[in-house]
Structures are given as structure tokens and as C-alpha cells.
Design a protein around this ligand. Structure first.
Ligand SMILES: [Zn+2]
Length: 92
């Protein structure tokens, strides 16, 4: 945000703790991270999986090999939607 001239410093505008990098805004920020915890818990409950919250899944959508193809399609769509929502909320 500071590189775009939208803020005077590079501190995260949500938590005012971390440096507001893209990684922080998409995953590391405690407010977003709690959101990811709920999303992954929801996915695990629906698909009966045991996915952990990690940047490979949350940012890149990289799912373990043992997750079947139809579940991967469902997860990729949901994860992409969450990433877009987090990005939209980061700009507004
Ligand atoms: Zn933050």
C-alpha cells in the first residue's frame, strides 16, 4: 500500500503490527489468518479431510495428493474465491 502511495508507511492497516506485504495481507495477518482457520475447518468438515492451514494451500491452492480430484476442484474454487475476497477487502 505504501508503494502505491496509499499509505505513508508499510505497516499493515488491519492489525498495525506486521509489515503489509502481499504475503502478510493474504495469509499472515492475524485477522486474515483466523478467517483461513475457519475456511479450512469448514473444508475439512465438508470433505472429511484433515488439511492444515498453510500458505501452500491458502495462497497457492496446492492440495495434498491424497485429496481426490472432485474435492480438489471444490477446494480450488473456494480457495480462489476467498483469496479474491481478501484482496478486495485489502484495497477498500
Ligand atoms: Zn496485519
Amino acid at each position: 500500500m505504501s508503494r502505491l502511495g496509499l499509505r505513508n508507511d508499510d505497516t499493515c492497516w488491519r492489525c498495525n503490527k506486521g509489515r503489509g506485504t502481499l504475503f502478510h495481507m493474504l495469509y499472515e495477518c492475524e485477522m486474515v489468518h483466523n478467517f483461513w482457520l475457519e475456511i479450512i475447518t469448514c473444508i475439512n468438515n465438508i470433505l472429511e479431510t484433515d488439511l492444515s492451514v498453510n500458505p501452500a494451500i491458502c495462497i497457492l491452492g496446492m492440495l495434498p495428493l491424497e485429496v481426490n480430484l472432485s474435492s480438489k476442484v471444490y477446494c480450488h474454487g473456494l480457495i480462489l474465491r476467498v483469496d479474491l475476497t481478501v484482496l478486495q477487502l485489502s484495497v477498500h
